[in-house]
Design a protein. Structure first.
Length: 217
């Protein structure tokens, strides 16, 4: 009975986390791209009005502003699409997708990110997407805590044939356990285990271990 109750609580937390994520995305789309596109539509109406009244200079000025806002909106939507499931993960594989993510985060925040994920080939498609999401969230957390100067992501074969993923950073250690609850739930979905440790030298080590049957999903 205790195990069943615990499983129900875990499922409830997972559902809540997924609902929160959908709500966050919906708010982002409404407050960001949707508002931007509405503003662009109004600008284009103004451009048309300026052209019809013969104010070419005003039309050109407003059109340039509309184009800049459109490009910014495209970047926002591209970033969201990449975060949900990067095209490179589907087309070129896990290693290329993670290298692209590391390069993006590293360049944006001046962080050196070392990646060693040759063992990712042992993961099935669903497991690769889940592990990629976990790593992305850990990188985001490290940036929010620090940002760090160095992050290392490494994968290795686990005892018994599974896969272990280690994400280490030198940012200020996270002292709020709640911050890792979503990651713990994702790992439980994969029937894996996660260990989170604060380094004595500063920083955080997160070790995610998946059993052999989970890696083939």
């Amino acid at each position: 009975m205790t195990e069943t109750a615990g499983g129900g609580e875990t499922l409830d937390r997972l559902i809540t986390a997924e609902q929160d994520e959908r709500r966050r995305i919906a708010l982002f789309l409404h407050d960001g791209p949707v508002q931007n596109l509405s503003g662009i539509a109004l600008m284009l109406d103004a451009v048309l009005g300026a052209i019809e009244s013969g104010n070419a200079d005003d039309a050109a000025r407003v059109l340039r502003t509309a184009m800049e806002r459109q490009r910014a909106t495209i970047r926002e939507l591209r970033d969201l699409s990449f975060a949900l499931e990067p095209v490179v993960l589907r087309d070129q594989g896990f290693g290329a997708a993670l290298q692209a993510l590391a390069a993006q985060v590293g360049e944006a925040h001046s962080i050196r990110i070392d990646v060693d994920v040759d063992q990712a080939d042992r993961l099935g498609e669903s497991a690769q997407i889940a592990v990629y999401t976990i790593i992305r969230e850990l990188l985001d957390q490290a940036v929010r805590r620090g940002p760090p100067k160095h992050i290392r992501v490494a994968m290795a074969e686990a005892p018994g044939g599974g896969v272990t993923t280690v994400v280490s950073d030198d940012a200020e250690p996270e002292r709020r356990r709640r911050s890792f609850e979503a990651i713990e739930e994702r790992v439980k979905q994969l029937h894996g285990i996660v260990a989170i440790e604060a380094s004595s030298e500063g920083g955080t080590h997160v070790v995610v271990t998946l059993p052999p049957y989970a890696t083939r999903r």
